[in-house]
Design a protein around this ligand. Structure first.
Ligand code: M6R
Length: 610
């Protein structure tokens, strides 16, 4: 979850590192720090609680100069945000470290180091690594060998960058369970948690593999694998565009990303549809062969991506007639699996680096699933590299911590999967052509729905001072209610819960009084009459309703009930369209409350710790 960046150059690196940190702030932002080795071969370090701009102020008042350095933006795991817990951590003025991940044998290592007489100045697990490296150097090893020896003692997940005061002509980086890339420049080389950090400086990257150690020098980068053998890793040239990292005419990245959704769906469909068919090779050259054996699907993800799985389960069973389970990755990984023959294991992730999802995939690969498929937004991510089949969502860079366009494109990807798998069971050519037509209509429907922005903003005023809001849906809308509640919680800090409408009477209805607002998702669909009865039960207890619906559903507004009239959409694709008001309610309420909605408290964009 933390962001790390490092550089070695023929010029000062402090401002380069600072720029990299700003671009990694989505990974964590409770404190930041930077260490360099100066011209007198001394380690110099600044650390500051708060966002990267606090560190920037420190660097303006007390500049640091040096041609090699490492930097970090933190999302606290061990120890609260404080100057002392901020990275880099320095052992005996000799070794500096930045770390992303969690050291699981932290307690044992800490006790051992304390017994040994080490003076620890933070509560973090990360500082221990610096002391271990220092001790190995004291025992006669060089810097690289000391790092190699240290990592044999670590359990857990980590990406680390290390400086040694006495070896100022290189730094060492290790990737094991947390992402790390090498950036290659002209008289400058880098490491970073994400290539986004380095886009202003280079377009050439090496994606380290699990267990790799990189020895980063001014004119070369030497990589060793887990066994200590020197290895060559491919250099990738990224097409990512720096412009994508600007807000353009929008006030927030989240707002920009909400309004990009028609275009991101177009991008997601590009190259995936022929005139009347889904091109199944879009999942991989051997996809057809694999899909022929598939009888069941297991969908796995976290957070918003998990909500997409719930919609996917509905589609796969209802449209394709293929049995499907959807499960949260952190649960899926730690339970016994009964793997039916012919089960496709599908992970969904915007980042492709979510630790729970990756761990679930790695575990699943040992269990006899027929194949693995990643539906992901980041082509170079671990999830993509480690799956048999891949469908990229093509949403473009998503920067706001609250996931928006990644979600709608995941839904489109799952619909493509449903059609493709359904061909081997229930979907004939005519119905495939109908579904393809529906898919092609989505961008226009999304645009029309986005035009309701000011209506949604007006309705949002009713909710901004509430402490609790309920979201109600039935069937395929229930996951969208869950998504609405998650969006509201994470950026406005209002407590929100989602319920399947039929479940209200089994408990949650006790929450209803005249102060309670419920947002209901009520497009025309098979169980609309049932939903209407459930909403009457809320009204009978003086609860207030905001109903997202369409003309044909026949709702009437009054003092207790407000309506948001949505464009008409086929029932299967309603989740895509009804997601928009969920996102915009949360967005406008958060703006009215003045929260830092692109970087909400306690969260990070990419959750790379379990
Ligand atoms: O990158 P991923 O899709 O794997 O991330 C999963 C969740 O951490 C993510 O969706 C999270 O719930 C978002 N903040 C939701 O807006």
């Amino acid at each position: 979850m933390c962001g790390i960046v490092g550089a070695i150059a023929d010029r000062d690196v402090a401002l380069v590192l600072l720029e990299g940190l700003k671009r990694l702030e989505y990974r964590g932002y409770d404190s930041a720090g930077l260490a360099i080795i100066d011209a007198r071969a001394q380690l110099q370090c600044h650390r500051a609680v708060g966002k990267v701009n606090e560190l920037e102020k420190l660097l303006v008042s007390k500049p640091l100069q040096g041609q090699i350095g490492i930097a970090h933006t933190r999302w606290a795991t061990h120890g609260k945000p404080s100057d002392l817990n901020a990275h880099p951590h320095i052992a005996n003025n000799e070794i500096a470290i930045v770390h992303n991940g969690i050291i699981e044998n932290y307690e044992k290592l800490r006790a051992r180091l304390v017994d040994f007489g080490c003076v620890l100045s933070s509560e973090t697990d990360s500082e221990l690594i610096a002391h271990l490296v220092y001790l190995h150097i004291q025992s006669g090893k060089n810097f690289l060998a000391a790092v190699q020896a240290t990592i044999t003692e670590l359990e857990g997940a980590y990406a680390i960058g290390l400086l040694s005061r006495t070896e100022p002509n290189h730094f060492i980086a290790v990737r094991s369970g947390s992402p790390l890339v090498i950036g290659l420049g002209d008289q400058i080389n880098f490491i970073a948690s994400d290539q986004l950090a380095l886009l202003p400086f280079t377009q050439q990257f090496i994606f380290l593999e699990e267990g790799d150690i990189a020895d980063v020098r001014l004119n070369e980068v030497i990589i060793y694998d887990t066994h200590g053998n020197e290895v060559k890793r491919d250099i990738h040239y990224t097409k990512l565009d720096q412009e994508e990292m600007s807000k353009g005419k929008y006030q927030h990245f989240m707002q920009k990303e909400i309004f990009e959704q028609a275009d991101s769906v177009i991008a997601c469909l590009e190259g995936r549809l022929s005139y009347q068919r889904v091109i199944s090779e879009a999942f991989g050259a051997n996809a057809n062969e694999i899909f022929k054996q598939i009888r069941h699907v297991q969908l796995v993800a976290c957070g918003t991506s998990y909500h997409a799985c719930l919609v996917g389960k509905y589609w796969l069973e209802e449209i394709a007639g293929i049995s499907c389970q959807a499960e949260i990755a952190s649960e899926n990984r730690y339970r016994q699996h009964v793997v039916e023959p012919g089960t496709l294991y599908v992970t969904l992730s915007q980042s492709g680096e979510t630790a729970d999802t990756l761990a679930a995939l790695r575990h699943a690969k040992t269990l006899g699933y027929a194949a693995t498929l990643a539906i992901c937004n980041v082509p170079e991510s671990s999830l993509v590299r480690e799956s048999d089949l891949v469908l990229m969502t093509g949403a473009g860079m998503e920067i706001g911590v609250a996931s928006t366009k990644a979600f709608t494109t995941q839904l489109v990807a799952l619909f493509l999967l449903t059609i493709t798998l359904g061909r081997n069971s229930r979907i004939d050519q005519n119905s495939e052509a109908e579904y393809v037509k529906l898919l092609r209509a989505i961008p226009k429907k999304l645009r029309n729905t986005l035009m309701l922005d000011s209506d949604i903003k007006n309705l949002a005023i009713k909710l901004k001072d509430k402490n609790h809001v309920l979201f109600i849906g039935r069937g395929i809308e229930y996951p969208i209610a869950l998504e609405g509640a998650l969006k509201l919680k994470e950026i406005s800090y209002i407590h929100a819960e989602a319920f399947p409408a039929g479940e209200l009477k089994h408990g949650p209805i006790a929450l209803i009084d005249s102060e309670m607002y419920a947002i209901a998702l009520a497009p025309i669909e098979d169980s609309l009459d049932k939903l209407k009865s459930n909403l009457q039960e809320i009204r009978a207890r003086e609860g207030k309703l905001i109903i997202c619906t369409n003309e044909e559903a026949g709702f009437i507004s009054d003092d207790q009930t407000s309506l948001l009239i949505m464009p008409h959409v086929h029932k299967f694709l309603a989740p895509l369209i009804y997601t928009i008001p969920m996102q915009l309610f949360a967005y406008h309420i958060a703006v009215m409350k003045g929260t830092d909605l692109d970087q909400p408290r306690n969260l990070a964009k990419s959750v790379t710790v379990e």
